[in-house]
Design a protein around this ligand. Structure first.
Ligand code: MRU
Length: 351
């Protein structure tokens, strides 16, 4: 069971590349058929890439925003970090406004801001080091969570995941998908199911492709097939990521996650949330206080650019939902595992 994971096999995709003066983002709108990086040379291009889901996934948008600040810094002159922070404020606000739900975005920008405030004349170098540290720490956290989460899974288990929480959504390896990679590598997971994740199809377009790169063969299911699949006994764990984990353990994640948690409880499957501590938001008391992003209803009108719904109809497109902590069996962060999370356990772990 303690076979070390071969990261050369299980961690090869990089969605965010810093070249030294440009940010390259793997264009997730075009996957899996076109593998193409877009180049960002200023922070507004990064904000736009976050808003349009060119780069997506909670940790990845935080990392991209941190590099966006480095790009914005290229356009200003300042004697020290405090002066630079003042000038960079508008760019940082635009980055922060690119998407509302994942706290990793605001967290990464707050870290860049704090680093700037402590910096002197070398503030440019400080900013670049901080962005790199945010990315490096995310990768290390994912690898640690992979081991911690996989250890909860009994050999021979089947798992169901939702959305995309892999290398594409992080600095590398992934959160929930990191646990699945580690679980497969250790021989604990025998079956991987991925929900297609309507309407943007992160599961069908991204997760299945990512796992294929590793030589893992997932089974794609329609989102609507999840409860029926659980009823067959094929799934022992639902393993998902998070965009924000509140002070009481309530968790926001991709729309459809909540109904998976309800179905899992009904069918005796367990429910694991895997996210780095940068996703924990102790300032938000419960899920009711989370701003749930709503995107263009047009995302629901068709598939792959082909219209499937009648013209002139109404549609509602919230892209996240909240799973109450009572339905969560384990929250895995790089700091450890919280079983049956509640406000007391969250406070003990995160202060
Ligand atoms: O809209 P997206 O694709 O950015 O949503 C992503 C998710 O909901 C992920 O599950 C979450 O960000 C965790 S990614 C490690």
């Amino acid at each position: 069971m303690s076979t070390p994971i071969d990261f050369d096999r299980y961690d090869r995709i990089r969605p965010i590349r810093w070249t030294g003066d440009t940010l390259e983002l793997l264009d997730q709108r075009k996957l899996p058929f076109v593998v193409e990086y877009v180049r960002c040379t200023d922070s507004d291009a990064v904000a736009d890439a976050i808003h349009t889901l060119t780069v997506r996934g909670a940790p990845a948008i935080g990392i991209a925003a941190a590099w966006g600040v480095v790009l914005a810094a290229r356009r200003i002159e300042a004697g020290d970090g405090r002066e630079a922070a003042q000038q960079l404020e508008p760019a940082m606000q635009r980055l922060n406004a690119a998407r509302p739900t994942a706290v990793n975005l605001a967290w990464a920008l707050a870290r860049m801001h704090a680093a700037l405030h402590a910096a002197g004349g070398d503030w440019r170098a400080v900013l670049e080091r901080e962005a790199q540290a945010i990315a490096d720490e995310d990768l290390a956290a994912n690898r640690r969570m992979g081991a911690l989460g996989a250890a909860l899974i009994e050999p021979g288990s089947g798992v169901l995941t939702h959305c995309n929480t892999g290398s594409l959504a992080t600095a590398g390896f992934g959160t929930a998908l990191g646990v699945i990679r580690a679980g497969v590598a250790e021989g604990r997971i025998g079956r991987v199911y991925a929900g297609e994740t309507r309407p943007w199809l992160q599961g069908a377009r991204l997760t299945v492709w990512e796992l294929q790169q590793d030589g893992i063969a997932p089974t794609l299911i329609a989102d609507a097939a999840a409860a029926h699949l659980m009823k067959t006994g094929a799934v022992q764990w639902v393993v998902v990521g998070a965009d924000r984990i509140c002070a009481n353990g309530d968790t926001a994640n991709k729309i459809g996650t909540y109904q998976l948690a309800i179905a899992a409880r009904h069918h005796g499957a367990r429910f694991m949330v895997v996210a780095p501590s940068s996703t924990v938001d102790m300032a938000t008391p419960s899920g009711d206080a989370i701003h749930i992003e709503e995107r263009d209803p047009a995302e629901l009108f068709g598939v792959g650019g082909v219209r499937t719904a009648a013209e002139e109809i109404a549609a509602w497109n919230p892209v996240f939902d909240v799973t109450p902590h009572e339905l969560i069996d384990a929250i895995v962060t790089e700091r450890g595992v919280i079983e049956r999370p509640d406000a007391g356990k969250m406070r003990a772990a995160f202060g």
